[in-house]
Design a protein around this ligand. Structure first.
Ligand SMILES: Cc1ncc(COP(=O)(O)O)c(C=O)c1O
Length: 380
């Protein structure tokens, strides 16, 4: 009856692992969301706006006050100027924003460069637009980009490069030098960029986040995507935003208005209130999550895993090569059932996974859960 347009796509690993974790009453460090609540003032603001009757459609590009707060936040934390009217669009989650940006850019036959391990929503969007993902593997050990390899993969059909920093699942970050290399290639070949920066505030050990918005040559050709879910611990509110120059924003909004039209009104109003009242909140996140990362990593010192502390995101990779030679997918399921601990195998983020033995653990969890998880892992 219907030939699938996405024959290789099944239920996502996040859904499968979370279901398996709950069946086995396992500690769930698989899916990326906090097990603690958002700041109370934000939750109160949400309840207030719902009860005040702010429950009808918002303006298509987003509640004006929220777009103004986003512009203020960018100025305050990154020294970036941005026009709320023509450059900021609020979206129901970065996932929707990525889909709209890809749909606005990619035509049948276009090639899009993505880096593996690659967040799972990129390729389906590219394929539905008739494009082809060109997969380039990040360095197997430190997950950096080899820009000479990227240059060698650019063809007359290349339309777009998609980057993600801080990077899920590896926890690596792109340097200023990386963005300069990207800028040079994009200028030389006239390419567009989608930059997934949803973990922008989660960078550790005094690293700086480098946004495409800070590089003039990239700013004019990029869609940058952000997620309030990650920054304010409300992943279930599915709200984020896209920043792009006016001409790109105009094309982005043409798609967005027919995919979802708007993001949720009281969520937007609550976020605007919270950002106005506590503008320095995002700057507290790096220390907060770095302490959790360190708690988890230190508690694993007597384990048989090896690890490099994550540079960003709330994910930590653990190398299990001293413990098992099994495939990571099999091991994940096995350990969820036998040891009651759930993680994510990173091979699923690859088009062609190399011989690796990494599992991804989310450390956006209470200290008790992290210590309990480490205790289990130390016994494996
Ligand atoms: C790299 C990356 N991009 C995008 C998203 C999606 O963000 P949102 O929940 O705002 O759609 C996630 C969520 O886990 C992510 O890890």
């Amino acid at each position: 009856m219907l030939t699938s347009k996405l024959p290789r796509v099944g239920t996502t690993i996040f859904t499968r692992m979370s279901a398996l974790a709950s069946q086995n009453k396992a500690l769930n460090l698989s899916q990326g969301f906090p097990d603690f609540d958002a700041p109370e003032a934000l939750l109160d603001a949400m309840a207030r706006h719902v009860l005040a009757g702010h429950n009808q459609y918002a303006p298509m590009p987003g509640v004006r006050e929220l777009r103004e707060q986003i512009a203020q936040q960018l100025g305050r934390h990154r020294a970036i100027n941005c026009d709320p009217e023509s450059e900021i669009t609020v979206v129901p989650g970065a996932t929707e924003g990525i889909f709209c940006a890809v749909t606005a850019c990619v035509r049948p036959g276009d090639e899009v460069i993505v880096f593996d391990p690659c967040y799972d929503c990129y390729e389906p969007a590219i394929e539905l637009a008739g494009g082809r993902a060109i997969h380039i593997a990040l360095d197997e050990h430190n997950f950096s980009i080899d820009w000479e390899t990227v240059a060698a993969h650019i063809s007359p059909r290349t339309r777009l490069i998609m980057i993600n920093s801080p990077h899920n699942p590896s926890g690596s970050t792109l340097s200023r030098e990386d963005l300069l290399q990207l800028q040079a290639l994009c200028e030389q070949h006239d390419l567009l960029v989608i930059s997934d920066e949803v973990y922008e505030y989660l960078v550790f050990d005094d690293r700086e986040h480098h946004s495409v918005l800070q590089f003039p040559g990239l700013r004019q050709r990029s869609f940058a995507l952000f997620s309030f879910g990650k920054t304010f611990s409300v992943t279930g509110w599915k709200t984020g935003y896209c920043i792009a120059p006016p001409a790109l924003t105009s094309e982005f909004r043409k798609v967005h208005q027919f995919v979802t039209f708007v993001a949720v009104t009281p969520v937007q109003m609550a976020l605007a209130d919270f950002m106005r009242e506590d503008p320095d909140y995002p700057a507290t996140l790096a220390a907060f999550y770095q302490r959790k990362r360190d708690l988890f990593c230190n508690a694993l010192q007597t384990s048989r895993f090896s690890l490099t502390p994550s540079a960003g995101t709330y994910f930590q990779l653990l190398d299990y090569s001293a413990i098992s030679t099994a495939a990571d997918t099999q091991l994940c399921e096995d350990w969820t059932q036998r040891h009651a601990i759930a993680s994510i195998p990173i091979s699923i983020f690859y088009h062609a996974a190399p011989q690796q033995s990494y599992l991804r653990f989310c450390f956006a969890k209470s200290d008790e859960v992290l210590l309990e998880a480490a205790e289990i892992l130390c016994k494996i």
